[in-house]
Design a protein. Structure first.
Length: 337
């Protein structure tokens, strides 16, 4: 990890300063997110532990990749991060995230933070992308976040993709009907790397997909504290993983909503096994396990333009769209070899 850098964010209102984000900011940042959720309506709930886990990953250099905006008393008014997963097939995608407290919006703080994110994201692309691979700085906005969408557009971002956040009640789950020749089994740690390789193979043609090595896989997926192996299901064909559903339960989400929800974070089927009911059976088995474990709801996100027909599959499984978020992207040209 690098030494803490001096603040390089400019254009803030008088009396406000920027400094590197630290793990000690997690509590205040989580409180800010809770205040923002009342107006932004993202449906997402993160506590200080979630933010700490996200910011303290091996692939994140928080002093470089995060900025905090504070007033003269040191109170946190806004924060932003620029995080690179260090991989990509068609482009290196870098996630720009953050929030300005609702009471402080309209003062130019978001504009200054976004300008810093573009600068930092461009630096990350130059550092991590192989020659010839373009970059895409990606930020999200939900329907209630009109001001954020206008900010992205003025900064040169374009609306790139739309993702449906889907939910279904678990009071009545579908019957589990394994496809012929398919064995459904719970996730076990001895198959973790096999699932990783199946995931990479399943998403080679998926928009924005990234090849996950062992460090990235555990960092972003199965190494999360919210990951629930007991709610995750593998579909085996001839003893090998041909499909999978990985489930997560977030404590902050349960506290905020009063409903324990299983989030189906990764769902995939190897191309040779598609069209045979593998995904339907694996999802049904995961829903059954979640209902038996006391979950009252299931949720997942899906690209509205998913080329495998996932949206229709999830609708047949009883999921309905609760919100749709827009992914905005800023194009960064390839670095010459």
């Amino acid at each position: 990890m690098s030494d803490v850098l001096p603040a390089d964010l400019t254009g803030l209102p008088e009396g406000l300063t920027a400094r590197p984000l630290t793990l000690d900011d997690a509590d205040a940042a989580a409180e800010l997110l809770a205040a923002a959720e009342a107006v932004d309506d993202t449906g997402e709930h993160e506590d200080a532990g979630d933010l700490t886990e996200w910011w303290d990953r091996e692939l994140v250099d928080l002093p470089r990749d995060g900025r905090a905006v504070v007033d003269e008393s040191g109170r946190l008014l806004a924060w932003a991060t620029s995080i690179s997963p260090r991989g990509g097939r068609d482009a290196l995608r870098i996630w720009a995230e953050g929030r300005v407290h609702p009471a402080e919006r309209g003062r130019g703080i978001g504009r200054a933070l976004l300008a810093w994110q573009v600068c930092r994201g461009t630096e990350q692309h130059a550092a991590f992308a192989p020659p010839g691979l373009p970059g895409r700085l990606v930020a999200s906005a939900y329907p209630a976040m009109d001001s954020a969408a206008r900010l992205f557009e003025r900064a040169g971002f374009t609306a790139e993709r739309w993702y449906h956040s889907m939910e279904r009640d678990l009071a009545d789950v579908p019957e589990v009907r394994p496809a012929p020749g398919v064995e459904l089994v719970p996730f076990t740690w001895d198959r973790d790397d096999e699932v990783r390789r199946a995931h990479n193979a399943s998403f080679t043609a998926h928009h924005g997909s990234t090849e996950r090595d062992e460090v990235a896989w555990r960092s972003w997926f199965t190494g999360q504290r919210a990951f629930r192996p007991d709610l995750s299901v593998l579909a085996l064909v001839d003893g090998a993983v041909a499909g999978y559903v990985l489930g997560y339960v977030y404590e902050a989400d349960t506290r905020a909503t009063g409903v324990q929800t299983v989030h189906l974070g990764q769902i995939g089927v190897l191309p040779p096994a598609r069209g045979k009911g593998v995904a339907t059976a694996t999802i049904a088995a995961s829903l059954r396990a979640a209902a038996d474990a006391g979950c009252g709801r299931a949720a997942l996100d899906v690209d509205s333009e998913n080329s495998t027909g996932a949206l229709a599959l999830y609708e047949r499984a009883g999921f309905r769209t609760a919100r749709t978020r827009t992914a905005w992207a800023f194009a960064v040209p390839p670095v010459a070899g």
